[in-house]
Write a protein that binds this ligand. Structure first.
Ligand SMILES: Cc1cc2nc3c(=O)[nH]c(=O)nc-3n(C[C@H](O)[C@H](O)[C@H](O)COP(=O)(O)OP(=O)(O)OC[C@H]3O[C@@H](n4cnc5c(N)ncnc54)[C@H](O)[C@@H]3O)c2cc1C
Length: 390
């Protein structure tokens, strides 16, 4: 069945020629190269290497960054790229988000000139892959309490600690790792092959199966002095990266939702029960109408947020709202689409269960739904409610 992306308010008519060109390029690539292989990649638990190569060739890695061989596209274009990638699979969008927003961005914004020259051009082409190590086994929503430590040993730093749930970890050439140096959070670039560093893969996921997830382990890991990111101290470093990645998710989740809507609509029109297509029954139309309504609202939210990112009038709370809302509705739409497909909805012949399982991770990573709610609660009331004394 030919994919028709739901765009009820013709929102894409507001895109520039360049943004439309990028949309069509990524959409065609996902159709031709990703969708035929995604179920196999999931069942084998791998991220196919040719996808890394193609993403580099298409010039979509680090999309909104300028200079150092980066594409220099608008944030709107970056959102559109995320939407089209995640229509294929959230694991694919995760790969691009981590590479661009979580590994390239901190080097681009906080790195030294030498670090930018050394890493960014090759990361833009996909020759070098990066990951982002913030979460620890005991510190997820509250990374400020992290225990990974760096010690200044005169001519080098010594890292000790562990990170968990790190996307692209095992397959990365470098990791941007957040650790405390004399009690202050700093960013460090750790390269594969550095003494005392390993990145074992985490197995057994029922979600984001085509995405590599890993632990990062630092045991007296020795790294040269010039691998600290000089331009940032404290949580501002990782949170700046997360703002950009969360922005991408607010668009990406719509891609997954649109894929589920498309499948549900086609199925409802072709599935006959009680001598009629199930699409002819009012209850089914109500479900489809609700999906259309939520996707359209989510698209308006995402576009307005992208405009704010492009003109600089955004605040982090705008991103929290869009990430939280669009992942939430995408997950509900996936569940409703599964319901419309009846028993067939659980088969890998349809994309539904894969998107649904993926979106469970997307709801949790990059700030859980609850944490984004609390960020908005703090914005409304001026009262911080993240911590409570017992
Ligand atoms: C597939 C996958 C890939 C990931 N990739 C990366 C990556 O590349 N790099 C990286 O650093 N991390 C990554 N993560 C980690 C992710 O960011 C964390 O899982 C997330 O921040 C939540 O942390 P946690 O899982 O420890 O949950 P917890 O923080 O333990 O939260 C558990 C529950 O408690 C709730 N909760 C926590 N605190 C509060 C509070 N104050 N008030 C109310 N409710 C609260 C949460 O909302 C949640 O429902 C990834 C996770 C997954 C699943």
């Amino acid at each position: 069945m030919v994919y028709e992306a739901l765009d009820f308010y013709d929102i894409d008519s507001q895109l520039t020629e360049e943004e439309l060109m990028v949309r069509d390029m990524v959409r065609d690539w996902v159709e031709e190269e990703v969708l035929p292989k995604i179920e196999e990649a999931c069942s084998e638990g791998v991220f196919p290497d040719e996808w890394r190569v193609s993403l580099g060739e298409m010039g979509v890695l680090g999309a909104p960054l300028e200079g150092y061989g980066c594409p220099g596209l608008s944030y709107t274009a970056y959102g559109v790229i995320c939407r089209e990638l995640e229509r294929g699979d959230s694991g694919l969008r995760s790969f691009a988000s981590v590479q661009g927003s979580l590994a390239m961005y901190p080097i681009w914004d906080f790195g030294s000139e030498e670090q930018k020259q050394k890493y960014l051009p090759k990361m833009a082409t996909g020759e070098l892959i990066g990951c982002f190590g913030l979460t620890e086994p005991d510190y997820g929503s509250n990374p400020g309490d992290m225990v990974t430590r760096a010690e200044d040993k005169g001519d080098h730093y010594l890292l000790n600690g562990a990170k968990m749930w790190i996307t692209n970890g095992t397959t990365s050439d470098l990791a941007v790792v957040w650790a405390k140096l004399e009690g202050v959070i700093r960013g460090f670039i750790v390269e594969t092959g550095d003494e005392g560093y390993s990145a074992p893969e985490m197995k057994g996921k029922h979600s984001l199966k085509a995405s590599v997830t890993s632990e990062l382990v630092f045991q007296d890991c020795k790294i040269p002095k010039d691998r600290i990111l000089p331009g940032v101290k404290g949580l501002k470093g990782p949170f700046s990266c997360l703002n950009n990645a969360r922005f991408g998710i607010s668009w990406g989740a719509l891609g997954a939702a649109q894929a589920c809507f498309h499948s549900a609509k086609e199925y409802a029109l072709s599935r006959i029960q009680f001598d009629q297509p199930i699409a002819s029954y009012q209850l089914v139309q109500n479900k489809l109408s609700w999906m259309l309504r939520e996707i359209t609202k989510g698209q308006l939210l995402a576009l307005e947020l992208a405009r704010k990112k492009d003109n600089g009038s955004w605040i982090p709370e705008h991103i929290s709202l869009a990430k939280m809302n669009n992942v939430d509705i995408a997950l509900d739409i996936a569940r409703m689409a599964r319901d419309i497909h009846g028993a067939n909805g659980i088969l890998d012949e349809y994309c539904i269960m894969r998107h649904m399982a993926n979106l469970e991770s997307v709801k949790t990573y990059e700030g859980t739904h609850d944490i984004h709610n609390l960020i908005l609660g703090r914005h409304i009331t001026g009262i911080q409610s993240f911590t409570r004394s017992l």
